[in-house]
Design a protein around this ligand. Structure first.
Ligand code: DQA
Length: 149
């Protein structure tokens, strides 16, 4: 199974960025943990982070027919980006939404979510575990022709 993990703006600042919300572990720690998890499960994992909306959109487009699933933490763009909504709709690869924090229990503006309606499932509020839960979900779901929306 081939999975692309896409991380959006400011996630490169993990470790020093609002540690009371996002924890003290760094972005590098996240990459190492996810790669370890993927190796155990024989998943081919590519992990990318960008602070630019257009770059994330390009990666979504290019993932088409190349990956079985995409795990997306769109970060702040979750709450603003019609373009990400459109990009997810434009591709056949199913997308799973993840967040470190519980976005439903924070500021009201984080309750606006452009990504969730076009995602297969959402995992959030559990730090790095949110990503691992997404991986477990994909493993359980497996790859089949009807896994593509
Ligand atoms: C986040 C939640 C978003 O609301 C925020 O803008 C982020 C990180 C999370 O992983 O908890 O940058 O996506």
């Amino acid at each position: 199974m081939k999975v692309l993990v896409l991380n959006g703006p400011n996630l490169d600042m993990l470790g020093t960025r609002e540690p009371s919300i996002y924890g003290k572990q760094t972005y590098r720690d996240l990459v190492i943990e996810l790669k370890k998890e993927a190796k155990k499960e024989k998943i081919k994992l590519k992990i990318i982070q960008s602070n630019f909306e257009g770059v994330l959109i390009e990666f979504l487009h290019r993932a088409n027919n190349k990956y079985d699933y995409i795990i997306l933490n769109a970060a702040g763009l979750t709450h603003t980006s019609v373009c990400l909504y459109d990009a997810i709709k434009a591709i056949q690869v199913p997308v799973i939404e993840v967040h470190l924090s519980n976005i439903d229990q924070r500021e009201d503006f984080r309750k606006i979510n452009y990504v969730r309606p076009v995602c297969l499932a959402s995992f959030y509020g559990k730090g790095f575990e949110s990503y691992k839960d997404a991986l477990k979900y994909l493993i359980k779901r497996g790859v089949s022709h009807d896994s593509h929306r």
